[in-house]
Design a protein around this ligand. Structure first.
Ligand code: TPP
Length: 625
């Protein structure tokens, strides 16, 4: 039995010696490596903040003091220190704890997350409420060097001057997003890291902190140091002063793996009358060699062997992401107007090969989905063919840019939405289940969903040649094994896959649901028509009318929310024509957010798996639905 399960946490941290705090950190690190090896999850971001998290909890009084994690993918130590040691093994699994902070899970998870750059805004709101209500507690947010360069973080920082302390932002600087951080803000933070003056400053600050008893008020000595250092900085292109001009007191850089140093800084900051930004330097993957060597691979991963760091299941099938990446390279060989854009996810979206082949035509804008879309609109104005690849869930960030900058001006921007549908273990913050709905309602948009890898290739060809905005959605994972006769893509035309003149039941399926429905029909010899929708917008109204005329029931199948989705489209059109035909939806009802869990479990629970589809079709064919 270790210290972790013997103590009452996080309170018990207050009575520990420095040595014991490091012991706790060691136990957390081992537990995290063991659990992520078994369950998959985020590893290198978590290993990078173990000591930092121990220091935060040893210095503050959670839940009275509020700790807010940006993105939240690095909160595993926080979970271990706040009563979830016994449940960490269940993390990301069906009915287990979440891989992100979640308000319903613990009173210590003051603000849920999953998407980046929300923490400073949320912290400001909490601090403002505290001040209005006359309450007394510290508010602290932890944000990475990539997330702090996102728009929302900038907007929040612009408001910091209006808030009183104790208000602390810890900038966790590891020089990494998922891959290397990009952009001027990141360069600026890096220059703070490497500036020799700051190295000197760091040493001095650290030696002073070291001399003081744990938790002692540091205001006087640090103040002196800051004044001196600030003076030097002004002479050195005002590096670092920028944060002070924005209303923060700047402390750092401090070694994030040095518990007493971080505690010294937090203990100072929690007594400061103004907002304080503490710049800490951490190493992603710290303490686990394979992750230190390749922090990108270990950012988020599946099960692996903890001895070697090797993945348990080797990837040997083709994913939609691979198909997209390879096809875009082929298209760009002929079409010199293509520019590929990612928002800090070049590997995840399959653009690494494109970047290697066409570096001048590749742009990583950082974690800035809003900017990515308007930037693409600008490229399109000048006659380029921008292809923006962003996961469905993060494309939500760009909604206004899609409406206002792209669609309203009818600009030919191609929007690629990977991870559309259920993503599994990452849960509700990451499921991409709303994109059919929000894309299809925008005028000028063309909205596509391929059923397999060949159709994705054809749709991509169509999209880069189309004179207007196009979105293409496809799911996480491998392409299906079935092969179909190839039908060319025609604007606004669906594809009839199974036609059964005598049948009174027609299924309209889109994207990832087409193949499982096809298999269920053919394996069971059901007398049912099957239409692959292809275009959610413009929708093939004529074909729908034709099938509605001959059918008693229309079934829709989609990996997304049905209200306003494919079911919404079909039922609106049926209503419009006042036809008397029943309709049935296979999809996600949208009444509650879909929890985390394996894709397999979620599909079963939501009635999207083959067994559920079969049961629906049996009942529909028998007239019982
Ligand atoms: C809005 C948004 N875009 C993209 C992502 C995907 N994503 C998750 S973590 C991450 C990198 C975060 O880097 P940083 O903020 O520096 O934190 P670190 O992982 O280095 O601790 C990215 C791009 C996200 N969660 N939210």
């Amino acid at each position: 039995m270790g210290l972790l399960d013997a103590l009452s946490l996080p309170k018990g941290l207050k009575d520990l010696t420095e040595k014991e705090l490091y012991e706790i950190a060691g136990e957390c690190r081992n537990k995290i490596i063991q659990v992520v090896a078994e369950n998959g999850g985020h590893l290198s971001p978590n290993l990078g903040v173990v000591e930092l998290t121990v220091a935060i909890h040893a210095s503050l009084n959670s839940p009275k003091d509020k700790i807010i994690w940006d993105v939240g993918h690095q909160a595993y130590t926080h979970k271990l220190l706040t009563g979830r040691y016994d449940r960490l093994d269940t993390i990301r699994q069906s009915n287990g704890i979440s891989g992100f902070p979640k308000r319903t899970e613990s009173e210590h998870d003051i603000f849920g997350a999953g998407h980046a750059a929300t923490s400073i805004s949320a912290a400001l709101g909490i601090a403002k409420a505290r001040d209005i209500l006359g309450e007394k507690f510290a508010v602290l947010s932890v944000i990475g060097d990539a997330s702090i360069s996102s728009g929302e973080a900038f907007e929040a920082i612009n408001n910091v001057h209006a808030i009183k302390g104790p208000f602390i932002v810890i900038l966790n600087d590891n020089e990494m997003s998922i891959s290397e951080s990009v952009g001027v803000v990141s360069d600026h933070i890096t220059s703070l890291r490497y500036n020799m003056l700051y190295r000197g400053f760091k040493k001095k600050a650290e030696s002073i902190i070291k001399l003081l008893p744990k938790g002692a008020p540091l205001a006087v000595s640090i103040d002196k140091l800051i004044t001196r250092t600030k003076h030097l900085l002004i002479n050195y292109k005002k590096i670092g002063v920028i944060y002070e001009e924005l209303g923060f007191r700047y402390l750092g850089p401090i070694d994030a793996h040095n518990i007493p140093h971080v505690m010294g800084a937090i203990n100072y900051a929690k007594q400061a009358p103004e907002p304080v930004i503490i710049h800490v330097l951490s190493k992603k993957g710290h303490g686990y060699l394979p992750a230190e060597k390749d922090p990108t691979k270990f950012h988020g991963l599946g099960k692996f062997n903890p001895e070697t760091g090797e993945p348990i299941t080797k990837k040997n099938k083709l994913s939609y992401t691979d198909v997209f990446g390879d096809k875009l390279v082929k298209l760009a060989q002929k079409n010199k107007k293509i520019v590929a854009i990612t928002a800090a996810m070049e590997d995840g979206t399959g653009l690494a090969k494109f970047k290697a082949k066409f570096p001048e035509h590749f742009v990583d804008v950082g974690m800035s989905e809003e900017h990515a879309l308007t930037f693409a609109a600008g490229l399109a104005v000048q006659g380029m063919r921008p292809v923006v690849a962003i996961y469905s869930t993060f494309m939500q960030r760009s909604f206004d840019q899609i409406v206002h900058d792209v669609a309203l001006q009818n600009l030919p921007v191609v929007m690629i939405m990977d991870r559309a549908g259920l993503v599994g273990e990452d849960g509700p913050t990451h499921h991409g289940v709303f994109d059919i709905n929000y894309m299809r309602m925008i005028p000028n948009m063309t909205v596509l969903a391929p059923k397999d890898h060949r159709e994705l290739e054809l749709m991509l060809e169509f999209a880069v040649a189309h004179n207007g905005p196009v979105s293409i959605r496809y799911p996480k994972g491998d392409v299906p094994d079935i092969s179909f006769k190839e039908n060319p893509i025609e604007n606004g035309k669906a594809e009839v896959l199974i036609e059964n003149k005598k049948s009174k039941v027609t299924v309209f399926a889109c994207g990832s649901m087409v193949c499982p429905v096809y298999e269920v029909i053919t394996e069971n010899n059901f007398q049912v028509n099957l239409v692959n929708v292809r275009f959610l917008k413009p929708f093939d109204e004529a074909l729908l009318k034709q099938f509605v005329k001959g059918s008693d029931v229309i079934v829709t199948a989609e990996e997304g929310v049905i209200s306003g989705g494919l079911y919404g489209i079909v039922s609106e059109l049926i209503q419009k024509d006042g036809v008397n035909v029943r309709s049935y939806a296979i999809g996600i009802d949208g009444e509650s957010f879909v929890e985390h869990g394996s894709k397999q479990d979620l599909f079963k629970k939501l009635g999207l798996d083959k067994e559920s589809i079969k049961n629906v079709l049996i009942k529909v064919v028998e007239g019982k639905k």
